[in-house]
Design a protein around this ligand. Sequence first.
Ligand code: CP3
Length: 339
Amino acid sequence: MLKNDLYLRALKGESVTRPPVWMMRQAGRYLPEFMALKEKYDFFTRCQKPELASEITVQPIRRFGMDAAILFSDILVVPQAMNIEVQMKPNFGPYLPNPIRTAKDLDRVIIPDINESLGYVLEAIKMTKEKLDNEVPLIGFAGSPWTILCYCVQGQGSKTYDKAKKFCFTEPVLAHQLLQKITDTTIAYLKAKIEAGCDAVQIFDSWGGMLSPIDYQEFSWQYINQIIEALKDFAPVVVFGKGCGFALEKMAQSNASALGVDWTISPQNARALTNKITLQGNLDPTRLYSSPAIITDMVTQMIDGFGKDRYIVNLGHGILPDIPLENVSAFIEAVQNYR
Ligand code: CP3
Protein backbone atom coordinates (compact mmCIF):
# COMPACT_ATOMS: atom_id res chain seq x y z
CA MET A 1 0.00 0.00 0.00
CA LEU A 2 2.51 2.65 1.11
CA LYS A 3 5.33 3.15 -1.38
CA ASN A 4 7.70 4.14 1.44
CA ASP A 5 6.96 2.33 4.70
CA LEU A 6 10.37 2.75 6.40
CA TYR A 7 8.83 4.76 9.26
CA LEU A 8 6.16 2.15 9.98
CA ARG A 9 8.71 -0.66 9.73
CA ALA A 10 10.95 1.08 12.25
CA LEU A 11 7.95 1.40 14.59
CA LYS A 12 7.36 -2.34 14.27
CA GLY A 13 11.01 -3.02 15.04
CA GLU A 14 11.72 -4.56 11.63
CA SER A 15 15.23 -4.48 10.20
CA VAL A 16 15.80 -1.75 7.58
CA THR A 17 18.60 -0.80 5.16
CA ARG A 18 18.65 2.71 6.60
CA PRO A 19 16.53 4.38 9.29
CA PRO A 20 13.61 6.67 8.35
CA VAL A 21 13.87 10.44 8.88
CA TRP A 22 11.46 13.31 9.52
CA MET A 23 11.76 16.53 11.53
CA MET A 24 9.57 17.89 14.28
CA ARG A 25 7.96 21.14 13.04
CA GLN A 26 9.00 20.23 9.49
CA ALA A 27 5.92 22.06 8.20
CA GLY A 28 6.86 25.58 9.17
CA ARG A 29 8.63 28.87 9.12
CA TYR A 30 12.02 27.87 7.66
CA LEU A 31 10.21 27.16 4.36
CA PRO A 32 9.64 30.08 1.94
CA GLU A 33 6.50 28.40 0.58
CA PHE A 34 5.11 28.29 4.14
CA MET A 35 5.94 31.96 4.73
CA ALA A 36 4.04 32.88 1.56
CA LEU A 37 0.87 31.31 2.99
CA LYS A 38 1.55 32.77 6.43
CA GLU A 39 1.42 36.27 4.94
CA LYS A 40 -2.09 35.70 3.64
CA TYR A 41 -3.77 33.71 6.43
CA ASP A 42 -3.53 33.87 10.22
CA PHE A 43 -2.43 30.86 12.21
CA PHE A 44 -5.73 29.21 13.12
CA THR A 45 -7.12 29.88 9.63
CA ARG A 46 -4.21 27.85 8.28
CA CYS A 47 -5.16 25.08 10.73
CA GLN A 48 -8.90 25.28 10.02
CA LYS A 49 -8.94 25.31 6.22
CA PRO A 50 -8.25 21.73 5.07
CA GLU A 51 -6.98 23.00 1.71
CA LEU A 52 -4.29 25.10 3.49
CA ALA A 53 -3.43 22.60 6.24
CA SER A 54 -2.98 19.76 3.74
CA GLU A 55 -0.92 21.95 1.41
CA ILE A 56 1.42 23.01 4.25
CA THR A 57 1.72 19.37 5.36
CA VAL A 58 3.01 18.18 1.98
CA GLN A 59 5.33 21.17 1.33
CA PRO A 60 8.37 19.72 3.15
CA ILE A 61 7.81 16.27 1.62
CA ARG A 62 7.89 17.70 -1.91
CA ARG A 63 11.03 19.69 -1.20
CA PHE A 64 13.10 17.22 0.86
CA GLY A 65 11.46 13.79 0.64
CA MET A 66 11.22 12.98 4.34
CA ASP A 67 9.99 9.46 5.13
CA ALA A 68 6.86 10.65 6.96
CA ALA A 69 4.53 13.64 6.85
CA ILE A 70 3.10 15.24 10.01
CA LEU A 71 -0.23 16.98 9.73
CA PHE A 72 -0.01 20.76 9.97
CA SER A 73 -2.09 21.75 12.98
CA ASP A 74 -1.37 22.61 16.61
CA ILE A 75 -1.68 20.93 19.99
CA LEU A 76 -3.77 23.92 21.15
CA VAL A 77 -6.77 23.15 18.92
CA VAL A 78 -7.72 20.65 21.66
CA PRO A 79 -8.25 23.21 24.48
CA GLN A 80 -10.04 25.42 21.93
CA ALA A 81 -12.49 22.58 21.30
CA MET A 82 -12.86 22.18 25.08
CA ASN A 83 -14.30 25.71 25.28
CA ILE A 84 -11.06 27.43 26.31
CA GLU A 85 -10.21 30.43 24.14
CA VAL A 86 -6.75 30.25 22.54
CA GLN A 87 -5.23 33.02 20.43
CA MET A 88 -1.95 32.84 18.53
CA LYS A 89 -0.36 36.27 18.82
CA PRO A 90 2.28 37.16 16.22
CA ASN A 91 5.76 37.44 17.82
CA PHE A 92 4.35 36.28 21.17
CA GLY A 93 2.94 32.78 20.74
CA PRO A 94 -0.13 31.22 22.33
CA TYR A 95 -2.31 33.46 24.54
CA LEU A 96 -5.28 32.15 26.55
CA PRO A 97 -7.17 35.17 27.92
CA ASN A 98 -9.24 33.15 30.44
CA PRO A 99 -6.89 30.60 32.03
CA ILE A 100 -8.18 27.77 34.24
CA ARG A 101 -7.35 28.47 37.89
CA THR A 102 -10.51 27.70 39.96
CA ALA A 103 -13.33 25.14 40.25
CA LYS A 104 -15.60 27.64 38.49
CA ASP A 105 -13.17 27.91 35.58
CA LEU A 106 -13.02 24.12 35.36
CA ASP A 107 -16.82 23.86 35.18
CA ARG A 108 -16.92 25.54 31.78
CA VAL A 109 -14.38 23.09 30.33
CA ILE A 110 -16.24 20.56 28.18
CA ILE A 111 -15.38 17.19 26.62
CA PRO A 112 -16.35 18.07 23.04
CA ASP A 113 -17.91 16.08 20.24
CA ILE A 114 -14.86 15.62 18.00
CA ASN A 115 -16.71 15.61 14.68
CA GLU A 116 -18.48 18.81 15.60
CA SER A 117 -15.58 20.87 16.92
CA LEU A 118 -12.53 19.29 15.26
CA GLY A 119 -14.10 18.00 12.06
CA TYR A 120 -11.86 20.38 10.11
CA VAL A 121 -8.79 18.41 11.27
CA LEU A 122 -10.37 15.16 10.06
CA GLU A 123 -11.11 16.79 6.69
CA ALA A 124 -7.50 17.99 6.48
CA ILE A 125 -6.29 14.44 7.12
CA LYS A 126 -8.44 13.03 4.31
CA MET A 127 -7.28 15.72 1.90
CA THR A 128 -3.65 15.20 2.90
CA LYS A 129 -3.89 11.44 2.36
CA GLU A 130 -5.12 12.13 -1.17
CA LYS A 131 -2.27 14.55 -1.86
CA LEU A 132 0.31 12.14 -0.44
CA ASP A 133 -1.02 9.40 -2.73
CA ASN A 134 0.47 6.66 -0.50
CA GLU A 135 4.03 8.00 -0.94
CA VAL A 136 4.76 8.23 2.80
CA PRO A 137 2.77 7.67 6.01
CA LEU A 138 0.94 10.50 7.78
CA ILE A 139 1.53 11.19 11.48
CA GLY A 140 -1.25 12.64 13.61
CA PHE A 141 -0.50 14.21 16.98
CA ALA A 142 -1.74 15.73 20.20
CA GLY A 143 -0.15 17.40 23.20
CA SER A 144 0.17 15.37 26.38
CA PRO A 145 -2.46 16.22 29.00
CA TRP A 146 0.23 17.79 31.21
CA THR A 147 1.59 19.97 28.38
CA ILE A 148 -1.96 21.11 27.49
CA LEU A 149 -2.64 21.85 31.18
CA CYS A 150 0.49 24.03 31.20
CA TYR A 151 -1.04 26.34 28.57
CA CYS A 152 -4.58 26.20 30.01
CA VAL A 153 -3.44 27.27 33.48
CA GLN A 154 -0.41 29.44 32.71
CA GLY A 155 -2.34 31.23 29.93
CA GLN A 156 0.77 31.54 27.75
CA GLY A 157 4.19 30.01 27.15
CA SER A 158 6.63 30.19 30.07
CA LYS A 159 10.18 29.25 31.00
CA THR A 160 9.05 27.74 34.32
CA TYR A 161 5.27 27.08 34.13
CA ASP A 162 5.16 28.28 37.74
CA LYS A 163 1.40 29.02 37.69
CA ALA A 164 0.62 25.60 36.19
CA LYS A 165 2.74 23.88 38.84
CA LYS A 166 1.24 26.01 41.63
CA PHE A 167 -2.23 24.90 40.48
CA CYS A 168 -1.18 21.21 40.59
CA PHE A 169 0.44 21.50 44.01
CA THR A 170 -2.22 23.67 45.70
CA GLU A 171 -5.35 22.29 43.96
CA PRO A 172 -4.39 18.69 43.10
CA VAL A 173 -8.02 17.48 42.94
CA LEU A 174 -8.92 20.16 40.38
CA ALA A 175 -5.69 19.54 38.48
CA HIS A 176 -6.46 15.85 38.18
CA GLN A 177 -10.02 16.61 37.04
CA LEU A 178 -8.66 18.89 34.32
CA LEU A 179 -6.02 16.33 33.29
CA GLN A 180 -8.70 13.64 33.03
CA LYS A 181 -10.94 15.84 30.88
CA ILE A 182 -8.01 16.55 28.56
CA THR A 183 -7.12 12.83 28.48
CA ASP A 184 -10.67 11.76 27.57
CA THR A 185 -10.83 14.40 24.83
CA THR A 186 -7.40 13.44 23.50
CA ILE A 187 -8.28 9.75 23.29
CA ALA A 188 -11.44 10.49 21.29
CA TYR A 189 -9.55 12.99 19.13
CA LEU A 190 -6.66 10.66 18.27
CA LYS A 191 -9.04 7.76 17.59
CA ALA A 192 -10.90 9.98 15.12
CA LYS A 193 -7.60 11.03 13.52
CA ILE A 194 -6.61 7.39 13.06
CA GLU A 195 -10.02 6.60 11.56
CA ALA A 196 -9.62 9.56 9.20
CA GLY A 197 -6.34 8.11 7.89
CA CYS A 198 -3.37 8.84 10.19
CA ASP A 199 -0.93 5.92 10.11
CA ALA A 200 0.56 6.63 13.54
CA VAL A 201 0.13 9.20 16.31
CA GLN A 202 2.66 11.12 18.37
CA ILE A 203 2.06 12.62 21.80
CA PHE A 204 4.12 15.76 22.46
CA ASP A 205 5.02 16.12 26.13
CA SER A 206 6.97 19.30 25.52
CA TRP A 207 6.93 20.41 29.16
CA GLY A 208 7.25 17.03 30.92
CA GLY A 209 10.82 17.97 31.79
CA MET A 210 9.49 20.76 34.05
CA LEU A 211 8.41 18.14 36.59
CA SER A 212 10.46 16.18 39.12
CA PRO A 213 10.57 12.42 38.50
CA ILE A 214 7.88 11.73 41.14
CA ASP A 215 5.60 14.55 39.98
CA TYR A 216 6.11 13.45 36.36
CA GLN A 217 4.53 10.09 37.15
CA GLU A 218 1.57 11.71 38.92
CA PHE A 219 0.81 14.64 36.64
CA SER A 220 2.04 13.51 33.24
CA TRP A 221 2.95 9.89 32.67
CA GLN A 222 -0.16 8.20 34.11
CA TYR A 223 -2.33 10.19 31.67
CA ILE A 224 -0.05 9.55 28.70
CA ASN A 225 -0.18 5.87 29.57
CA GLN A 226 -4.01 5.95 29.53
CA ILE A 227 -3.81 7.33 26.00
CA ILE A 228 -1.33 4.64 24.91
CA GLU A 229 -3.52 1.89 26.33
CA ALA A 230 -6.64 3.28 24.61
CA LEU A 231 -4.97 3.59 21.19
CA LYS A 232 -2.37 0.83 20.96
CA ASP A 233 -4.71 -1.57 19.15
CA PHE A 234 -5.59 1.02 16.49
CA ALA A 235 -2.24 2.54 15.49
CA PRO A 236 1.35 2.86 16.71
CA VAL A 237 1.75 5.48 19.45
CA VAL A 238 4.98 7.50 19.76
CA VAL A 239 5.68 9.54 22.89
CA PHE A 240 8.08 12.48 22.73
CA GLY A 241 9.05 13.79 26.16
CA LYS A 242 11.21 16.91 26.09
CA GLY A 243 13.75 16.68 28.92
CA CYS A 244 12.20 13.41 30.12
CA GLY A 245 15.31 11.22 29.98
CA PHE A 246 14.87 10.63 33.72
CA ALA A 247 11.63 8.75 32.98
CA LEU A 248 12.83 6.77 29.96
CA GLU A 249 13.23 3.44 31.73
CA LYS A 250 9.61 3.49 32.94
CA MET A 251 8.32 4.76 29.59
CA ALA A 252 10.03 1.84 27.81
CA GLN A 253 7.92 -0.61 29.82
CA SER A 254 4.72 0.78 28.27
CA ASN A 255 2.92 -0.27 25.11
CA ALA A 256 4.18 2.76 23.18
CA SER A 257 5.71 1.81 19.81
CA ALA A 258 8.50 4.38 20.11
CA LEU A 259 9.92 7.03 22.42
CA GLY A 260 11.23 10.40 21.27
CA VAL A 261 14.23 11.80 23.13
CA ASP A 262 15.93 15.19 23.14
CA TRP A 263 19.66 15.94 22.86
CA THR A 264 20.37 16.00 26.61
CA ILE A 265 20.72 12.21 26.58
CA SER A 266 23.29 10.32 24.50
CA PRO A 267 22.12 7.63 22.07
CA GLN A 268 24.09 5.08 24.11
CA ASN A 269 22.45 6.04 27.41
CA ALA A 270 18.99 6.13 25.84
CA ARG A 271 19.55 2.57 24.58
CA ALA A 272 20.93 1.44 27.93
CA LEU A 273 17.81 2.70 29.74
CA THR A 274 15.36 1.07 27.35
CA ASN A 275 14.69 -2.45 26.16
CA LYS A 276 13.90 -3.19 22.54
CA ILE A 277 11.68 -0.17 22.00
CA THR A 278 12.18 2.03 18.92
CA LEU A 279 13.80 5.40 19.73
CA GLN A 280 13.41 8.69 17.87
CA GLY A 281 15.61 11.77 17.95
CA ASN A 282 17.73 13.57 18.93
CA LEU A 283 19.97 16.15 17.20
CA ASP A 284 20.08 19.50 18.98
CA PRO A 285 17.99 21.73 16.64
CA THR A 286 20.62 24.51 16.89
CA ARG A 287 23.15 22.04 15.42
CA LEU A 288 21.48 22.73 12.08
CA TYR A 289 23.33 26.09 12.18
CA SER A 290 26.56 24.11 11.59
CA SER A 291 27.90 23.68 8.06
CA PRO A 292 26.40 20.93 5.86
CA ALA A 293 29.65 18.91 6.17
CA ILE A 294 29.49 18.94 9.97
CA ILE A 295 25.76 18.13 9.94
CA THR A 296 26.46 15.11 7.72
CA ASP A 297 29.11 13.86 10.16
CA MET A 298 26.94 14.38 13.22
CA VAL A 299 23.96 12.59 11.66
CA THR A 300 26.13 9.62 10.69
CA GLN A 301 27.55 9.48 14.22
CA MET A 302 24.05 9.70 15.67
CA ILE A 303 22.82 6.76 13.56
CA ASP A 304 25.89 4.74 14.56
CA GLY A 305 25.13 5.61 18.19
CA PHE A 306 21.48 4.50 18.13
CA GLY A 307 22.01 1.74 15.56
CA LYS A 308 20.13 1.72 12.24
CA ASP A 309 17.32 -0.58 13.45
CA ARG A 310 14.51 0.37 15.81
CA TYR A 311 15.45 3.98 15.21
CA ILE A 312 13.82 7.05 13.63
CA VAL A 313 16.12 9.96 12.82
CA ASN A 314 14.77 13.31 14.03
CA LEU A 315 15.74 16.45 15.89
CA GLY A 316 15.51 16.60 19.68
CA HIS A 317 12.84 19.35 19.35
CA GLY A 318 11.28 21.44 16.58
CA ILE A 319 13.33 23.00 13.79
CA LEU A 320 14.08 26.72 14.26
CA PRO A 321 12.74 29.31 11.79
CA ASP A 322 16.10 30.64 10.56
CA ILE A 323 17.77 27.36 9.56
CA PRO A 324 19.16 27.54 5.99
CA LEU A 325 17.44 25.20 3.52
CA GLU A 326 20.75 23.64 2.43
CA ASN A 327 21.39 22.61 6.04
CA VAL A 328 18.02 20.89 6.17
CA SER A 329 18.95 19.09 2.93
CA ALA A 330 22.23 17.99 4.48
CA PHE A 331 20.36 16.55 7.49
CA ILE A 332 17.88 14.60 5.35
CA GLU A 333 20.43 13.47 2.74
CA ALA A 334 22.88 12.22 5.38
CA VAL A 335 20.19 9.73 6.39
CA GLN A 336 19.16 8.85 2.84
CA ASN A 337 22.84 8.15 1.99
CA TYR A 338 23.59 6.24 5.20
CA ARG A 339 24.90 2.72 4.87
O1 CP3 B 1 5.62 19.34 13.26
C1 CP3 B 1 4.97 19.91 12.36
O2 CP3 B 1 5.49 20.36 11.34
C2 CP3 B 1 3.45 19.97 12.46
C3 CP3 B 1 2.95 21.21 12.94
C4 CP3 B 1 3.01 21.58 14.40
C5 CP3 B 1 2.85 22.92 14.83
N1 CP3 B 1 2.78 22.92 16.18
C6 CP3 B 1 2.70 24.08 13.95
C7 CP3 B 1 3.00 25.43 14.48
C8 CP3 B 1 3.13 20.79 15.54
C9 CP3 B 1 3.38 19.29 15.67
C10 CP3 B 1 2.96 21.65 16.66
C11 CP3 B 1 2.95 21.15 18.06
C12 CP3 B 1 3.07 22.12 19.15
N2 CP3 B 1 2.46 23.33 19.27
C13 CP3 B 1 3.80 21.87 20.33
C14 CP3 B 1 4.54 20.60 20.65
C15 CP3 B 1 5.86 20.54 20.00
C16 CP3 B 1 6.85 21.51 20.56
O3 CP3 B 1 7.35 22.32 19.76
O4 CP3 B 1 7.15 21.43 21.74
C17 CP3 B 1 3.65 23.01 21.14
C18 CP3 B 1 4.27 23.22 22.52
C19 CP3 B 1 2.79 23.92 20.45
C20 CP3 B 1 2.28 25.23 20.93
C21 CP3 B 1 2.73 26.34 20.07
N3 CP3 B 1 2.29 26.56 18.79
C22 CP3 B 1 3.64 27.38 20.40
C23 CP3 B 1 4.37 27.47 21.71
C24 CP3 B 1 3.72 28.23 19.28
C25 CP3 B 1 4.44 29.55 19.18
C26 CP3 B 1 5.89 29.41 19.20
C27 CP3 B 1 6.40 28.95 17.88
O5 CP3 B 1 7.09 27.93 17.83
O6 CP3 B 1 6.13 29.64 16.90
C28 CP3 B 1 2.92 27.67 18.26
C29 CP3 B 1 2.71 28.18 16.89
C30 CP3 B 1 3.02 27.27 15.77
N4 CP3 B 1 2.59 25.97 15.68
C31 CP3 B 1 3.75 27.59 14.60
C32 CP3 B 1 3.73 26.45 13.78
C33 CP3 B 1 4.32 26.31 12.41
C34 CP3 B 1 4.39 28.94 14.30
C35 CP3 B 1 3.45 30.09 14.20
C36 CP3 B 1 2.96 30.40 12.81
O7 CP3 B 1 3.25 29.67 11.86
O8 CP3 B 1 2.23 31.40 12.67
